[in-house]
Design a protein around this ligand. Structure first.
Ligand code: FES
Ligand code: FE2
Length: 436
């Protein structure tokens, strides 16, 4: 099927005008097609290596709409299996996480070791009388790739290597996940909740949407910056760069408010490690930037900035990582982790986690703001008339010629987070894949 066969007059994502059909956020047919064309062909984030340190550790995860098991085998290797018994397809692993030598299907009792090999079939082997190759009953495996501890997987044998897929985005990933010799560490299991919205609202917003920060999050944004007038913050956001890092990956950066010292929110011992580990360009950006937000196409995002809720305590950085799991055209399950540098002191990790939980979880200040806005978009875009309207990303028309020539990072950097350039870049990649 061609994307234009879906019945919309014209293009769903129009690179010339910056207009996007609201059907891409609401239409069940488009949702089904993107599971095949986008999710089944992309490298998807399934976990972090700090979540399964020991041989035998496993985690139950999701890729697109498929349940999978992320496992570290007895041989120490990471594998991703379709979480479906090769016999009749029953869900094999039911626990969210654990440590096991293997998995036993509850239906007919077939057993598999933690490298995916069929090891026992209860009474069945004789029944096949040697007519079936039992090796075809091993677990279905995805390709697995790891960068800076982030574990990705794809079921597409034609997909490029993970290195090629991430491309320039690796530089920005390393700035956060590989800034110390020990790298990053997940602070516990992901918190999960379901939101009334299409997954792309979150992915695009984190790719990222500068202007909404001061409106949707106005009161809390002013608070985190020490009560600074919103006009000052708006000027910072307008001047913050938006980066298209290739293949639909995108990020924005917002500079520190005036008067805030460099490295605000970081632990001083960690800063000394960053200075040994990062490149000069990464250090230059990292020391003076306030807010770092990114989406790795299609649905992995993070946000990182300093905050304090008490005037007598200095700000601390939280580091929130999340996946926007598509569970329907108008439903998203959010998988939400917090990270910290492995070498950071425990009390810093605890303070960072608390700052994150108060801001970016289902009950967090920022997520409550965004959840209302995204549910409102869904409500306004689903009707018979509403879904035929177009959403505007037309700031690109005024911004696409405003490249920053001397930006220290790779990719295409544009002058402003008020440009919609990095957000629209994600939708352009979506359009390419959806075209078949
Ligand atoms: S479905 Fe798993 S053993 Fe039959
Ligand atoms: Fe937001």
């Amino acid at each position: 099927m061609k994307i234009d066969d879906l019945g919309h007059p014209g293009q769903l994502v129009d690179p010339e005008t910056g207009l996007v059909s609201r059907r891409i956020f609401t239409d069940p047919e488009i949702h089904r097609l993107e599971l095949t064309r986008v999710f089944a062909r992309s490298w998807l984030f399934v976990g972090h290596d700090s979540e399964l340190p020991k041989a035998g550790d496993y985690l139950r995860r999701v890729m697109g709409d498929d349940p999978v098991i992320l496992a570290r085998g007895q041989d120490g290797a990471l594998r991703v299996f379709l979480n479906a018994c090769p016999h009749r397809g029953a869900l094999l692993c039911r626990a969210d996480a654990g440590n096991a030598m293997g998995y036993v299907c509850p239906y007919h009792g077939w057993s598999f070791d933690n490298t995916g090999q069929l090891t026992a079939m209860a009474d069945a082997p004789e029944a096949y009388k040697g007519r079936v190759d039992l090796a075809t009953f091993n677990l279905v495996q995805a390709r697995v790739g790891v960068h800076a501890g982030l574990i990705f997987a794809t079921f597409d044998p034609q997909a490029p290597s993970l290195d090629e897929y991430l491309g320039d985005a690796r530089w920005y990933i390393d700035m956060l996940f590989a800034r110390t010799p020990g790298g990053a560490q997940a602070l516990g299991a992901p918190i999960r909740w379901v939101a009334q919205k299409n997954w792309k609202y979150g992915a695009v917003n984190f790719a990222a949407d500068g202007p909404h920060a001061l409106k949707t999050h106005g009161p809390i944004t002013r608070k985190i910056a020490g009560g600074m007038p919103l006009e000052v913050l708006r000027d910072l956001a307008i001047e913050g760069p938006a980066v298209r890092a290739g293949n639909g990956h995108g990020c924005i950066f917002v500079d520190l408010p005036p008067g805030m010292p460099p490295w605000v929110g970081f632990h001083p011992d960690m800063v000394a490690l960053y200075q040994k580990t990062l490149t000069p360009g990464q250090l230059q950006l990292k020391s003076k930037l306030f807010n770092k937000v990114m989406t790795i196409f299609p649905n992995l995002s993070w946000v990182h900035f300093p905050i304090t809720f008490r005037p007598d305590q200095p700000p601390v950085n939280f580091f929130n990582v999340r996946v926007w799991q598509p569970t329907g055209p108008d439903r998203t399950e959010i998988w939400n982790w917090f990270f910290a540098d492995r070498e950071a002191p425990d009390e810093y990790k605890q303070a960072s986690l608390q700052a994150g939980i108060r801001t970016f979880t289902a009950a967090g200040t920022f997520d409550q703001d965004d959840a209302e806005a995204w549910a409102a978009i869904d409500a306004g875009s689903r009707g018979t008339i509403g879904r035929e309207r177009m959403s505007s990303f037309q700031m690109i028309l005024a911004s696409q010629d405003e490249r920053i020539a001397d930006f220290p990072g790779p990719g295409e950097a544009y002058r402003s987070t008020y440009s919609e350039m990095s957000e629209f870049g994600l939708l352009l990649r979506w359009r390419e894949l959806m075209a078949g």
